[in-house]
Design a protein around this ligand. Structure first.
Ligand code: NAP
Length: 349
């Protein structure tokens, strides 16, 4: 293996669904990696057993809310990939549980990069959530768009991602550091997980397969495979001319299409939604029923139902040369992986 550099690449939140794949991709490409985690290091056997990890992966502890804890993590690194941020829907206290760790954490990581004289680039995992609060059927979103609607009371996760990305760009404008900033803004990320935990976006597919949704609703999502998101981060890091934001989504598909893929791929025995609630009457009914759901899920349904998401992903394809795995393959592999980890079991007859 050709070792790329003696300087490690720092990946924050290495335990996460996306970050685990970034660590794997970096190791496969011959990089040394320094990952930050929150718990005792031996709690991450799925990272420590990756090919190349024994010689080229170091784990260190850091917390987004503990000032200065990333100084040691970024020391000596030319590249920092900042993925750590809470990804949860339905939190008790959105300011404490989402916004503070996202925004203060991003500032903390930026300050640590500023203190180091080695960092050349920070690649930040932002989100489509920083592009828009909700789909607009007659608009194609690009990297020029910013979410200006979310708030603590309206989609607080989206708000936390918007504020943290803004924080990063404002920091670069104000402090003019030696390093530059590139953001990757993925849509809904699905795919096989390296760890036993179930990510929020894969859980949405599990919910669709386990009877949580009463019927097929007029909802649609931009999907992207986690392995492509990992590649996007590494390409954004490696490519000198990469700049600005990169929308990262393979394909937008609606719930009817998603259910059809699941049915035709051997998963028809799951509790997939059967009733068609995708017309005007169904959408109205679902908006009413959404008030019986937990607050943030109900709000998500009301803000998204009946609207179509259009995303222009030409920049990432053109500038980073990224091509995407077919989303049908990702969906099938996501389900098989959830079965493997025991997150999904076929209903007994
Ligand atoms: P994830 O698996 O939940 O990963 C989140 C990571 O952030 C974990 O490593 C977690 O550490 C860490 N973290 C959370 N709070 C922290 C704190 N206070 N201090 C230090 N670390 C903390 O979610 P993910 O999907 O991989 O998300 C990674 C990034 O991608 C996030 O920035 C998310 O907003 C973004 N994103 C995700 C999606 C998606 O569909 N999954 C789409 C667009 C953008 P622990 O393991 O210790 O909890």
């Amino acid at each position: 293996m050709n070792i790329k550099s003696n300087k490690p690449v720092c990946v924050t939140g290495a335990s996460g669904f996306i970050a685990g794949h970034i660590v794997k991709e970096l190791l496969e490409r011959g990089y040394r990696v320094r990952g930050t985690v929150r718990q005792r290091l031996e709690n991450y056997p799925f990272l420590l057993s990756l090919p190349g990890a024994r010689d080229r992966l170091e784990l260190v502890q850091a917390d987004l809310l503990a000032a200065g804890t990333y100084d040691q993590a970024v020391a000596g690194c030319e590249y920092v990939i900042h993925t750590a941020s809470p990804y949860q829907i339905n939190v008790k206290n959105p300011q404490r549980d989402l916004v503070d760790p996202a925004v203060i954490g991003t500032e903390t990581v930026l300050e640590s990069c500023l203190k180091s004289d080695k960092v050349k680039r920070l690649v930040l995992t932002s989100s489509i959530a920083a592009i828009t609060d909700q789909p607009e059927s007659h608009k194609i979103f690009t990297e020029k768009d910013w979410n200006i609607i979310s708030s603590l009371d309206r989609q607080p996760y989206q708000y936390s991602k918007t504020l943290s990305e803004r924080e990063a760009w404002d920091f670069i404008m104000a402090k003019r550091p030696r390093f530059d900033l590139v953001t990757v803004n993925p849509a809904m990320v699905i795919g096989p997980s390296l760890s036993p935990s179930l990510n929020t976006s894969n859980k949405m597919i599990r919910d669709i397969m386990s009877g949580v949704y009463p019927g097929i609703m007029e909802l649609n999502w931009g999907f992207v495979d986690v392995r492509d998101v990992a590649k996007a981060h590494v390409l954004a890091m490696e490519n000198d001319s990469a700049s600005g934001r990169y929308l990262c989504s393979a394909e937008t598909i609606d719930m009817r299409h998603l259910v059809a893929i699941l049915k035709s791929s051997g998963f028809h025995h799951y509790a997939l939604p059967k009733i068609d609630l995708s017309g005007t009457a169904g959408t109205l009914l679902m908006k009413i029923l959404s008030f019986t759901q937990p607050k943030d899920i109900g709000m998500y349904i009301r803000l998204n139902i009946g609207r179509t998401m259009h995303l222009d992903t030409s920049k990432i394809r053109r500038e980073l040369g990224l091509s995407f795995l077919p989303i049908k393959q990702s969906i099938i592999e996501t389900v098989k992986d959830m079965e493997k980890w025991g997150h999904l079991s076929p209903p007994k007859h």
